[in-house]
Design a protein around this ligand. Structure first.
Ligand code: IVH
Length: 704
């Protein structure tokens, strides 16, 4: 097979596996094989860039960095929808449609109104060539690289991903050479939760809600970051000229067959009565969907009738949105408890008299922070309004003052940590109170262990939550370094029964179930734990760095630090300025890491981890040698680039015999300067007369 054939074969095969996995929930290969094939394809594409296909799955993982997004004009304007809130208003809409169609028969298609970001994708000859935001409706941002990271969106249709050779039937209409599909990009709720857990873990502020998180992610400049947040997209419109379908329904069916992610929740409805049934049915069922929805969209089914009805300046006359009212109930606030989170942040939780809301019994709601309690002016024993909006966590939205009695008592916000008694502090400009007793406060100590054992850190997950708690309680471990001293004798036979812990306010209820869970260390469990602890000594240096639990140092930052410094010793003694020079490490992270490594307790902890035998240095990546064009030359880069990710740039340097330095010094031959370079690096290089070059000059040095 020629390299081109190989590239074609791998591209089709991987796109097909991807389609099977994300659209049909079928795993035809294991993750390992998939990653190996993907790597093989990436290597081939690097060797033979001319054969790289526009629909290559290697783009799914991102990498391209956009300095700014080019503006693109929409072939068809992206309009918005009129809103209705009642059956009466819907009937008025239906009357307008009937009148507009002069007594012709007509039907509707109802869909859910997904709460995300409107996207428009253009396909040419079956290949995704452009993805854009709505913008002002006339023109939007070209965010193609970010959109390509959406795993459920076919990069090519009719081949590989659900194509003819994979069993699509011949009744299916042929997609036109040029068409556009539109839909709602979103961050699945589960993904939103996962990201926020990660952010909470390293002390980053939480993302406010899934919609803003999605919109912010689609506008990220670094598509590798976008790829890490698993965005998704539901398609709801098909546009082409000339039209290939007679009805909206046909377009939904065909899009699904071509491999697009069309939510199966749509329904054809003959009249207002059927529409009302759909509305009532989804009023509560919508909370089981993987994303937020805030209403339904009603569309006239036939395209010729849509054309006949036409448009107002802003929106179509053939479609309308029905918005659900936020679901509210009123109940009594019984008490407020305070949870201490992983980073010491104190969160008040409202405990209420159970009340039925959107099909579930709600007993708890988040009160966010002290400011929120003040803003609401809420007191214990007050009658409060609870709402379930687009998000899952119910919230208290107000107080029914007409029902306030003498029984109402002020909420006394604690001044001391509810877990360890340490006086709470509040940093300027922050909404949360914190317990500063990082090293001694039990929930914070426990959190430190949970962070340490994560798969992305030391991967000792067999030591689940209850087990750590037990080890701490029995005094067998004080901090995670002690794990490496545990013995079979100490663990075997440990046992304790726990009352199930509060599940957090998300479920709005299931706490205080009184379920008893037994944590028990049998021989098999002990073997698993000790084996996992032993195996963790092989976890790469970057994982060890992440496991330390330095505030703001997530796993990507840990990788950058590991790449840059190469060893713990370099890092332990790194001056603040050097830390701030590391790609992607801003002053806030640099300061946090610097302070962490200056703390004598932390240094002692690091030494105990060293004694335990953890990896304290990076294994340098082995790069296949391409040439010695850059032999004897040293490089450093700063900023972002159009044609290279940082990894690619480093690889090019190494593969062609050059050397990457960690800072600007007299030894540096070239500073490669991209967009938004670090000013200190540039200044220092200028002072030392180190030549500054752009990425084009660097490419030229490689021989084009
Ligand atoms: S159709 C001409 N269908 O709602 C209108 N829109 O206010 C074309 N949306 O910007 C839109 N779910 O982002 C349509 N099933 C759905 C939708 C939907 C959510 C959003 C979309 C649009 C906004 C219109």
């Amino acid at each position: 097979m020629t390299p081109q054939d190989q590239i074609n074969e791998l591209t089709d095969r991987l796109n097909y596996y991807n389609h099977q996995y994300y659209q049909n929930s079928v795993s035809e290969v294991d993750d390992f094989t998939f990653d190996r094939l993907l790597q093989e394809l990436a290597d081939l594409e690097r060797q033979y860039p001319d054969y790289r296909r526009p629909d290559t799955p290697t783009q799914r993982v991102g990498g391209a960095i956009s300095k700014e997004f080019p503006t693109v004009y929409h072939r068809f304007p992206m309009l918005s929808l009129g809103n209705t809130y009642s059956e009466a208003e819907l009937t008025e809409f239906d009357n307008r449609v009937r009148k507009g169609l002069n007594g012709q028969a007509y039907e509707y298609v109802c869909e859910l109104k997904f709460d995300g970001v409107a996207l428009s994708m253009t396909y040419e000859n079956g290949v995704l060539v452009q993805g854009a935001t709505r913008g002002d409706g006339v023109r939007g941002d070209d965010i193609t690289n970010n959109i390509r990271t959406i795993r459920t969106l076919p990069l090519r249709i009719g081949r590989g991903a659900g194509g003819q050779e994979h069993g699509i039937d011949s009744h299916n209409p042929v997609p036109p050479a040029l068409f556009e599909v539109r839909g709602e990009g979103f961050l699945p709720l589960a993904e939103f939760d996962r990201i926020n857990k990660e952010r909470e873990d390293i002390g980053e502020p939480l993302l406010a809600n899934p919609r803003n998180a999605a919109s912010g992610t689609f506008k990220q400049q670094d598509s590798a970051i976008v790829a890490k947040r698993r965005l998704d997209c539901y398609l709801y419109s098909f546009l082409s000229e000339p039209e290939v379908f007679q009805t909206h329904e046909e377009s939904l069916i065909a899009m699904k067959q071509w491999g697009f992610n069309v939510s199966p929740t749509w329904r054809k409805c003959a009249d207002i009565q059927a529409i009302m049934e759909y509305i009532n049915e989804w009023e509560t069922k919508r909370f089981d969907l993987p994303l937020g929805t805030d209403g339904i969209v009603i569309k006239v089914n036939r395209y010729d009738q849509q054309r006949e009805l036409g448009y107002t300046a802003k929106s179509p006359r053939w479609a309308i949105a029905f918005k659900y009212k936020a679901m509210a109930a009123s109940t009594t606030l019984n008490s407020v408890s305070y949870q201490v989170g992983r980073t010491g942040a104190v969160t008040p939780v409202a405990h209420m008299k159970p009340v039925l809301l959107a099909g579930t019994v709600v007993k708890r709601a988040s009160l966010h922070n002290a400011n929120e309690i003040q803003r609401l002016g809420v007191m214990i024993n007050d009658t409060v309004f609870v709402e379930k909006g687009g998000e899952i966590i119910p919230k208290i939205t107000g107080v029914d003052l007409s029902k306030r009695t003498e029984a109402s008592q002020p909420i006394n916000y604690p001044t001391e940590c509810p877990a360890c008694g340490t006086p709470l502090i509040r940093n300027e400009g922050e909404a949360h109170f914190y317990c500063p007793n990082e090293k001694g406060c039990p929930p914070q100590r426990q959190a430190r262990f949970e962070h340490f054992i994560q798969r992305r850190a030391m991967n000792i997950e067999s030591l689940g939550e209850g087990k750590i708690q037990l080890l701490i309680e029995r005094g067998l471990v004080w901090d995670p370094a002690d794990l490496y001293k545990l013995t079979n004798e100490q663990l075997l036979g440990l046992e304790k029964a726990y009352q199930d812990r509060d599940g957090g306010p998300r479920d709005g209820g299931a706490e205080e179930t009184g379920k008893v869970r037994v944590v028990k260390f049998g021989q098999k469990t002990v073997d698993n734990i000790l084996n996992a602890i032993e195996a963790s000594k092989g976890q790469p240096f970057a994982n060890v760095l992440f496991a330390l639990g330095i505030r703001y140092v997530g796993n990507t930052t840990a990788e950058r630090l590991a790449d840059y410094f190469g060893s713990m010793d370099e890092l332990l003694n790194a001056p603040l300025e050097t830390l701030a020079n590391v790609p992607d490490v801003g002053p806030r992270i640099a300061q946090s890491a610097f302070e962490w490594f200056r703390d004598p307790d932390n240094r002692e902890y690091v030494e105990r981890l060293r004694t335990a035998g953890l990896q304290f240095a990076s294994e340098r990546k082995v790069v296949a040698q391409e040439s010695d064009t850059l032999a004897g030359k040293t490089f450093l880069y700063t900023g972002t680039f159009t044609n290279f990710t940082r990894e690619q740039l480093e690889e090019r340097i190494a593969a062609n015999g050059g050397k990457l330095l960690s800072g600007v010094s007299k030894k540096l031959n070239y500073l490669i300067v991209g967009e938004n370079p670090g000013p200190s690096k540039v200044e220092k290089a200028q002072k030392l007369n180190v030549p500054l070059i752009g990425e084009d000059e660097f490419t030229a040095m490689l021989g084009g």
